[in-house]
Design a protein around this ligand. Structure first.
Ligand SMILES: C[S@@+](CC[C@H](N)C(=O)[O-])C[C@H]1O[C@@H](n2cnc3c(N)ncnc32)[C@H](O)[C@@H]1O
Length: 235
């Protein structure tokens, strides 16, 4: 890991991959147990490491899309349970628009038994209240933010959901990479460098010393959509 960090050629190669691969929508190439998952494989492995280490009994995810990340989380909770982890662990997904074909496919999946979904904006007060109620009795909560990627939206999500994260667990903010991409990368999106999940993370960390970037993931992944986005609750 440390040698990776010092290897300028390797780091330059990784960065050289990131820009064209984001442009090529590389994250849309993959599926998990049959559902499309909009992630880079490196980040999926990092999430597996976190889910094994934390043994969450609740994973809260904003941004469902086709359901791949929900199925991935549910599969990890199932494996954790098989290996002696929490038996009743669940994943709760929130999306402003759960398309009927995606909802059906998720509901018909064998791992749906560990999934629940809420339709609505992740920052709407009534949605936040529902999520808080569902997390009240949980002991180890992990949060993943992957919905609207504007600064203000991610900031509002962080303020709403980061307090639910248990000490030692994580709030993972996806697509911080937007900050490091050329400004013309997202012509049809409201976000871009300066108005991104990363700019929200920087502001949030300035106000919340109970969280810190776990840079072990940055050091070893190199290829990731979430540089500086793996936030660990340290107190
Ligand atoms: C990048 S996709 C999520 C990908 C998914 N987590 C995965 O790994 O496969 C973003 C999703 O965020 C949803 N979204 C956009 N604005 C939202 C909001 N205000 N509240 C909740 N979800 C939102 C979109 O409908 C879309 O499905």
């Amino acid at each position: 890991m440390e040698s990776n960090r010092r290897d300028e050629r390797l780091k330059a190669g990784a960065q050289a991959f990131m820009v064209p691969s984001v442009n090529a929508k590389y994250s849309y190439n993959f599926s998990w147990l049959g559902r499309p998952i909009i992630q880079y494989p490196q980040d999926i492995v990092a999430m597996q490491e976190i889910m094994w280490a934390v043994q969450p009994d609740l994973i809260i995810e904003t941004g469902i899309a086709h359901g791949g990340s929900l199925i991935f989380s549910a599969s990890m909770l199932e494996l954790n349970a098989l290996c002696g982890g929490p038996k009743d662990a669940e994943v709760l997904g929130i999306d402003v628009d759960i398309r009927p074909h995606n909802r059906s496919a998720i509901e018909e999946h064998p791992l749906f038994k560990r999934i629940s979904m809420i339709e609505g904006s992740s920052v709407a007060p009534e949605i936040v209240e529902q999520v808080k109620a569902k997390s009240a009795a949980r002991k180890r909560v992990l949060v993943c933010l992957d919905s609207n990627h504007t600064h203000d939206h991610v900031m509002a999500e962080l303020e709403a959901y980061a307090p639910l994260v248990s000490p030692g667990s994580y709030c993972v903010v996806f697509d911080t990479i937007i900050e490091h991409m050329p400004s013309e990368t997202y012509p049809d999106r409201p976000w871009g460098p300066g108005n991104s999940p990363k700019s929200a993370v920087v502001e949030f960390l300035g106000r919340h010393p109970e969280f810190a970037v776990d840079d072990r993931f940055d050091r070893k992944l190199l290829i990731s959509v979430s540089p500086g986005g793996y936030l660990r609750r340290i107190s």
